[in-house]
Design a protein around this ligand. Structure first.
Ligand SMILES: [Fe+2]
Length: 438
C-alpha cells in the first residue's frame, strides 16, 4: 500500500483521529474499575469527534422521543402497537409495503396462523404426553435458573429441549420461511462482509412455558437480552455500536448486523451464546392480551439510548445504569422512564400464532392473578447461521445426541434417559443444516 492509499484509507475509516478504546475480551476482574475506565474513554472519544456527550445523547433522545409519543398516541386510541401479519402473506411474498415499514419501525411482529391452530394444540398435547410418560413432575428438582427461578417450585418454564413438538416446530418449513422473512429485515451484508446467512437458521434450542389456568404470576421485569457490560467493553460490540461513539450518531442503525455475529460474550447464567435477529415464541394455547402476556418497548433504536445513557453526568462513574455481569440488562424507571412509557403488550393470540421481537428490545411479562386459560409457548428465536452460531452449534449437536440441556442453560439434563425423544433420523433438511450436519 502506498502512503497516499494509506492516508485515503485512514480518512475513510475515521474522519478525525479518535482516541482508541480499551477492550476486555473476557470479564474484567474489577468491574467497577473497568466501568470507570471505559466510560471516561468513551466520553473522550465522543468529545474528540467534535461533539459533546450531551449533544450526541440529545440526538438519540429526540429520535426515540418521537417514537415514544407515536406509540403513546396509538395506545391512547385503543390501537395495538404490534404489527400483525398473516402467515399466508409471508409465504406468498405479499406482505404490504406499509406492514413492512411498520415492522421496521416497531421491531416486533405477530404472525397469525403461522401454524394451523389444531397442529399447535396437538404439539401441546404431545408435550404433556412426553413429560407425563417420563415422570417429569415426580423427578423435577426445582428451578436451577437464577432469573426464571422466581416463578416458584411448580415449573412453568420446563427445562425440556428435545421433544418431538419442539424439534418439529424448529425444523418446520413454515418456521424457516418466517425466520428468513425476519432475517431479511436486517442488513446481513455491510462493509463488504456477509455477517450472517439469512436463509439458514441454527435451531437455537430453548425451553417451553406452560402456565396453567388459575395461575398467579409476578411476571418478569423490564429487561433486555443482547449482553451486559460486554456491550461496551468488547472490541466487537464497540465496533457494532461505533456510530454512537465516533460523532456519527445519526448513522446508528439497529438493523445493521456488522460486527455482531462473531464477538465473545461474557459468561453468565442469563447469557445467550447465539446471535439472534429476533427473539420469539410460538403459541401452543390461545392467550388473551390481559392474561400476563409479553410486552415490549417497540423501538429498535432505543438501544442507542440505552448505550449512551450511562455516559451522562448524573450517573456515577462506576455505574452503567445498573448493568452488570451475570444478570440480565435492566431497564428501569430511574434511568429509562422515557422508554418505559412506550411499553406495549401483544394482542390476543391463538394457538399456532407466533410472536417476535428485535433482539435488542426491552421486554417484560406482565403479572397475572387467576389466569384465564393456559399460557403455553415454545421459545424459538431466529438465530441465523453465522460464525458465532456455528461455534455454538457444536455444543448443540452434543446436547441433542445425548439428550442433555444445551450449554447456555443449567445442566439439569432431565431428558437423557427419556423415551420418546426426537432422534437424529427424524431430522429433515432444515434440521440437518440447522445443526450443522449438512
Ligand atoms: Fe428476556
Amino acid at each position: 500500500m502506498t502512503m497516499v492509499e494509506e492516508m485515503v484509507q485512514q480518512r475513510d475509516e475515521a474522519p478525525r483521529e479518535l482516541p482508541p478504546l480499551p477492550t476486555w475480551e473476557s470479564t474484567p476482574e474489577d468491574l467497577k474499575a473497568a466501568t470507570r475506565t471505559i466510560k471516561s474513554a468513551l466520553r473522550r472519544r465522543i468529545e474528540a469527534s467534535g461533539r459533546s456527550v450531551e449533544q450526541v445523547f440529545a440526538v438519540m433522545e429526540e429520535r426515540v422521543t418521537q417514537r415514544v409519543e407515536e406509540i403513546e398516541a396509538a395506545l391512547r386510541n385503543g390501537e395495538n402497537a404490534w404489527p400483525v401479519v398473516d402467515y399466508a402473506d409471508i409465504e406468498s411474498g405479499r406482505v404490504s409495503a406499509a406492514d413492512l415499514a411498520l415492522l421496521q419501525r416497531r421491531g416486533c411482529l405477530v404472525v397469525r396462523g403461522h401454524f394451523p391452530r389444531e397442529h399447535a394444540l396437538g404439539w401441546d398435547r404431545d408435550i404433556v404426553d412426553y413429560v407425563d410418560r417420563n415422570r417429569f413432575f415426580e423427578t423435577y428438582q426445582g428451578p436451577a435458573d437464577d432469573f426464571f427461578g422466581s416463578v416458584g417450585s411448580k415449573p412453568e418454564i420446563y427445562p425440556i429441549y428435545w421433544s418431538h413438538a419442539q424439534m418439529e416446530a424448529r425444523q418446520h418449513g413454515r418456521m424457516a420461511r418466517v425466520q428468513s422473512f425476519l432475517n431479511a429485515q436486517w442488513k446481513s451484508s455491510s462493509e463488504g462482509v456477509q455477517w450472517f446467512d439469512p436463509e439458514r437458521d441454527s435451531l437455537y434450542p430453548d425451553r417451553i412455558r406452560r402456565r396453567p389456568p388459575g395461575a398467579d404470576s409476578g411476571g418478569l421485569g423490564t429487561h433486555l437480552d443482547p449482553g451486559t457490560l460486554d456491550l461496551w467493553m468488547t472490541q466487537a460490540y464497540q465496533k457494532a455500536f461505533r456510530h454512537l461513539f465516533d460523532g456519527s450518531v445519526e448513522q446508528y442503525d439497529p438493523w445493521d448486523a456488522a460486527y455482531r455475529t462473531a464477538g465473545p460474550q461474557y459468561p453468565g447464567t442469563t447469557m445467550c451464546s447465539a446471535f439472534r435477529t429476533f427473539q420469539g415464541w410460538t403459541a401452543l394455547s390461545d392467550m388473551d392480551h390481559d392474561q400476563g402476556v409479553l410486552h415490549t418497548v417497540p423501538i429498535p433504536e432505543a438501544m442507542g439510548y440505552l448505550m449512551l445513557r450511562p455516559l451522562l453526568a448524573d450517573v456515577a462513574d462506576d455505574d452503567m445504569c445498573g448493568v452488570t455481569t451475570n444478570q440480565t440488562f435492566p431497564a428501569s424507571e430511574k434511568w429509562h422512564s422515557l422508554l418505559l412509557r412506550a411499553s406495549a403488550g401483544i394482542p390476543d393470540v391463538k394457538a399456532g400464532d407466533s410472536v417476535w421481537w428485535h433482539c435488542d428490545m426491552i421486554h417484560s411479562v406482565a403479572p397475572v392473578t387467576d389466569q384465564q386459560g393456559w399460557g403455553n409457548v415454545i421459545y424459538i428465536p431466529a438465530a441465523p447461521w453465522c460464525p458465532r452460531n456455528e461455534e455454538y452449534s457444536a455444543s448443540v449437536r452434543e446436547a441433542f445426541a445425548s439428550g442433555s440441556s444445551p450449554s447456555d442453560f443449567p445442566a439439569e439434563d432431565y431428558e437423557r434417559e427419556w423415551v420418546g425423544r426426537f432422534t437424529a433420523d427424524e431430522l429433515n433438511v432444515v434440521g440437518r443444516r440447522g445443526l450443522g450436519l449438512d
